[in-house]
Design a protein around this ligand. Structure first.
Ligand code: BES
Ligand code: ZN
Ligand code: ZN
Length: 493
């Protein structure tokens, strides 16, 4: 906060202080920002860094920009060669209009979003040109520029033989160009799941609770899902104690951790089923948020809970019409085995209350209906607390990884509490209608905390090309919003 920082600074490979020597093996590139002018007839409006670069090359950049075509539109870039001895290529990127700031209609900060999109486009263009080291203009907001660079360059290619060209981005943090200072940015790393768990276990107060523990906790709803698979369940518990008062009530984050959702006996169609490897996105975002909060040393106590298991159709799997008993004693009729997320979360939410939390926030790729409702624009937030809504909303305006409030009406509660055989039914009475809302109403039956929020993140799980600074694939959303939220909360008394 207040200084440029990578999202996940662990495992950084940035090389501080290394400069382009002019030799072929250490080619450097530069990304510089330029604003859109109000009237397009009066030249170029540079950022501070771009202006000082331009004067270090005697105004050549301004000249070339005017000669090479119309003013750059937001997110578009143009590359120039041979301008400066330190930089083989200079990518100039369009930042849109200057000083746009927070937009009430869009619910985000246009300035920050524009910087993320533009810097990401510039970095990718230099990556395509196989420039290994790229210096980035902070564009007046180093944090957003760093996010644009790192998120824009990241692609999960660990399992491919042919990797994306590796680029080390650095943030330019000085007004003058010779000599100048760069700030290394860590590359985001995704560790293979098991290694990541072991790493967490060693580094944080983390435990992986086995099936015997889950049984002793009487988490019957969770166990009913996991028993359909050959793979045993693991309940992950992370403790980060960052508050100077170690007894301060914690924020408890709970994440849905279905490591594969086949649908179970209510089997999903095969087309697109592969995406259900990401049905642990809630667990992933919660773990990442806690690791990042710890890297930032936020003065707050956070506990992360993630029930992990598969949802598979074996001879031992849940059958439609089965009745299971959750940790709080409530019975649930499982009419659709594909509505498994709410079953595992029911038990995890009950357990979350044993920590006397100041707030409970869960994240889950819970319903296809959430994707139908909002698509990838925002995660749906269902909450019993106006205060919690305001905190989450405030955080999301800053990060651009947006949230939108959804209703928790009794109307929906009725549709899950009128079950033929049990206290609750795991699907709404009118099956598809208001599917995201009935799922949230179901979860609420396991909550007694005054400040609870459920984030349905099914719609933001993947990125095609909607968010310009994220590559295609699993999006990692809304990790940045959870981190920002924790940071906001850390400053609250
Ligand atoms: N994991 C899915 C929801 C999902 C769908 C996430 C698409 C991401 C993308 C969840 O377990 C599920 O299958 N929900 C059912 C609920 C229904 C049976 C009431 C759904 O949405 O169809
Ligand atoms: Zn499912
Ligand atoms: Zn699922």
């Amino acid at each position: 906060r207040g200084r440029p920082l990578a999202l996940c600074s662990h495992g950084g490979t940035g090389r501080p202080g290394s400069r382009y020597s002019g030799s072929a093996e250490t080619l450097s590139g530069l990304v510089l920002g330029v604003y859109e002018k109000e009237k397009d007839d009066d030249g170029v409006l540079f950022t501070e860094a771009a202006a000082s670069f331009d004067s270090s090359v005697s105004g050549k950049l301004r000249e070339l920009l005017s000669l090479s075509g119309p003013p750059l539109k937001l997110g578009k870039s143009r590359v120039f060669y041979g301008l400066h001895q330190d930089f083989a290529s200079v990518a100039v990127v369009g930042l849109g209009k200057k000083g746009v700031g927070v937009c009430g209609k869009e619910n985000w900060d246009n300035c920050k979003e524009n910087i993320r999109a533009a810097v990401s486009a510039g970095c990718r263009q230099l990556q395509d040109l196989e420039i290994p080291q790229v210096e980035v203009d902070p564009c007046g907001d180093g944090q957003s520029a760093a996010e644009g660079a790192l998120l824009g360059l990241f692609e999960y290619d660990e399992l491919k033989s042919k990797k994306k060209f590796p680029v080390t981005p650095q943030l330019h943090v000085c007004a003058s160009w010779e000599p100048h200072t760069v700030y290394p940015l860590g590359r985001i790393k995704i560790r293979p799941c098991h290694r990541f768990l072991r790493w967490l276990t060693n580094r944080y107060n983390a435990s992986q609770k086995p099936q015997s523990w889950i049984e002793s906790e009487q988490m019957g709803a969770y166990l009913s899902v996991s028993k359909g698979s050959e793979e045993p369940p693991v309940f992950l518990e992370l403790h980060y104690t960052g508050s100077p008062d170690s007894s301060q009530a914690p924020l408890v984050l709970v994440g849905k951790g279905i490591t594969f959702d086949s649908g179970g006996i209510s089997l999903k169609p095969s087309s697109g089923m592969d995406a259900m490897r990401a049905d642990m996105g809630g667990a992933a975002t919660v773990c990442s948020a806690i690791v990042t909060a710890a890297a930032l040393k936020l003065p707050i106590n956070i506990i992360g809970l993630a029930p992990l298991c598969e949802n598979m159709p074996s001879g031992k799997a849940n059958k439609p019409g089965d009745v299971v008993r959750a940790k709080n004693g409530k019975t649930i009729q499982v009419d659709n085995t594909d509505a498994e997320g709410r079953l595992i979360l029911a038990d995890a939410l009950c357990y979350a209350h044993s920590f006397n939390p100041r707030a409970v926030v869960n994240a889950a790729t819970l319903t296809g209906a959430m994707d139908v409702a909002l698509g990838s624009a925002a995660a749906g937030v269902f909450t019993n607390s106006n205060w919690l809504w305001e905190q989450l909303h405030k955080a999301s305006v800053i990060t651009g990884d947006r949230v939108w409030r959804m209703p928790l009406f009794q109307h929906y509660t009725k549709q899950v509490t009128e079950s033929a055989l049990a206290d609750l039914n795991n699907i709404g009475k009118y099956s598809r209608s208001g599917g995201a809302c009935t799922a949230a109403a179901f979860l609420r039956e396991f909550v007694t905390a005054n400040h609870w929020a459920h984030l349905d993140i099914a719609g933001v799980m993947t990125n095609k090309d909607e968010v310009p600074y994220l590559r295609k694939g699993m999006s990692g959303r809304p990790t940045r919003t959870l981190v920002e939220f924790a940071a906001v909360l850390a400053t609250e008394p």
